[in-house]
Ligand binder design. Structure first.
Ligand code: ATP
Ligand code: MG
Length: 444
């Protein structure tokens, strides 16, 4: 029985120490997205299964073997836990007429995604993405902006060793011409293909270039390159993007085998990759998907975007030590210690009054001796403790004890508590050494 009561394999609990780092990371990311004019959108985690089959493509790793799909037990509708965010975001934009009504849109989402993969470092069954989608933009300028965004974020997070890989997939017609040459080449070497490769040879040969099988690397390295099949417009788009990146000083490497694991991309595709995370080195991936909106039933709308893997970026952030610097455990301003029934009532009022003036307050709950409560107060990291015993409560008073750097304990009327605490906190009085008026040993 108890062995069922564990998280599903590949799906992780994010415990408080770690979750605080996540929140710090998310704060930075939200500011960064706002800095580029991106607005939030929140889509459901469950979508109709056909959405992903149509958007991502039937012959892809995700749709063939990674989706958590099920029939709704009540009405039989086929549903899927979203494996990525672009399809749902585009569906929502079409459904609510966002581009037609409001013009081009810069949107971002964040949240959990689900893929039934083999769990390992940097690869989970529930993982998190932050994605940006620019809908209604045709030019290479937005492609360049999406890439510059990445470069800036790595800088802000203090991440080095992330490099940019870039390719152009051209148009559907250009890919068709390339495909013919690619199939002919692969047919000539069919004996070398693995099972996946043989199956994809005719269904989706481009995917073979994306293979992670070591034995196939040499074969795909020598395969016909898409770059040699690009027409004038695709070529011009790619050149203009490269010029903008060069101008901005963003370095990149052209990777002819970069085709991405989803079918909806055209023209620009890119990945940000690091060598510091082992095999799971891609921390952000994206590109242009001009056909997707129409493919999902909307009016033709050019678009581009990217998705970042949060777990992988956090692993890098932690490794660099930057995360720790920012993620010092937040201490409360005040720890309220109390003993006795009358004291408890006053302690609640004191804690609320201090929160009214914007302080972070931990009210001791669970009873215990003053001594043990003071230990907790010390351990909390708060600079001040507010102490309430029954004799104080009877007098309508509370005591304030500096916990850092010495300083005298004071007893004040409840009415002047907030004022005195603010004084002590902001004048640094709690750090004063020596004993002034009313110095006490902490006894009540
Ligand atoms: P990979 O080649 O690593 O499987 P992908 O091409 O399937 O990646 P995308 O669909 O482009 O990945 O997703 C964008 C990003 O989301 C990836 O670059 C990665 O950082 C992250 N990601 C994808 N799948 C997982 C997963 N199972 N666990 C953790 N992060 C993931
Ligand atoms: Mg994958």
């Amino acid at each position: 029985m108890s062995q069922n009561l564990q998280a599903v394999r590949g799906m992780n609990d994010i415990l408080p120490d770690e979750a605080e780092t996540w929140e710090n990371f998310e704060d930075i990311v939200r500011d960064w997205l706002k800095g580029y004019g991106y607005r939030p959108i929140r889509m459901p985690i469950v979508e109709p299964t056909p959405l992903f089959c149509r958007a991502i493509g039937e012959v892809t790793d995700i749709v063939e073997k990674e989706m958590y799909s099920f029939a709704d037990a009540l009405n039989g509708e086929l549903l899927t836990l979203r494996p990525e965010g672009t399809a749902g975001c585009v569906r929502a934009a079409i459904e609510h007429n966002l581009v037609a009504a409001g013009g081009p849109q810069r949107l971002y989402y964040q949240g959990p995604m689900f893929r039934h993969e083999r769990p390992q470092k940097g690869r989970y069954r529930q993982f998190h993405q932050i994605g940006a989608e620019a809908l209604g933009f045709a030019g290479p300028d937005i492609d360049a902006e999406l890439i510059l965004m990445g470069a800036r974020l790595w800088g802000q997070l203090g991440l080095t060793d992330i490099r940019l890989e870039l390719n152009s997939l051209g148009s559907a017609a250009e890919r068709a011409a390339h495909r013919e040459a690619l199939v002919a080449y692969l047919e000539a070497h069919e004996d070398k293909l693995d099972e996946d490769g043989k199956r994809r040879l005719h269904a989706n040969p481009l995917r073979i270039l994306d293979t992670k099988t070591p034995a196939l690397q040499e074969l795909v390295e020598a395969a016909p390159k898409l770059a040699d099949y690009l027409g004038d417009e695709s070529r011009a788009h790619f050149e203009a993007l490269r010029a903008l990146l060069d101008e901005a000083g963003v370095a990149y490497r052209i990777n002819h085998r970069l085709v991405r694991g989803l079918d909806y991309y055209n023209r620009t595709v890119f990945e940000w990759v690091t060598d510091r995370l082992g095999a799971q080195g891609t921390v952000c991936a994206g590109g242009r998907y001009d056909g997707l909106v129409e493919q999902l039933g909307g009016k033709p709308t050019p678009a581009a975007g990217f998705a970042m893997g949060v777990e992988r970026l956090l692993a890098l952030w932690r490794e660099g030590g930057e995360a720790e610097v920012i993620a010092e455990r937040p201490a409360p301003d005040i720890y309220v210690v109390n003993q006795g029934e009358g004291a408890q009532k006053l302690a609640f009022r004191a804690a609320e009054a201090l929160r009214d003036i914007g302080l972070d307050v931990t009210l001791h709950c669970g009873g215990g001796s003053f001594k043990s409560q003071m230990k907790k107060a010390d351990a909390s990291g708060a600079p001040l403790a507010v102490l309430v015993g029954d004799d104080e409560a009877a007098a309508g008073e509370v005591s304030i004890k500096p916990l850092r750097g010495g300083g005298a304990q004071r007893r004040v009327s409840f009415a002047t508590l907030s004022e005195t605490v603010a004084d002590m906190l902001y004048s640094g009085a709690h750090e004063d050494e020596g004993d002034e008026e009313g110095a006490s040993d902490g006894s009540l």
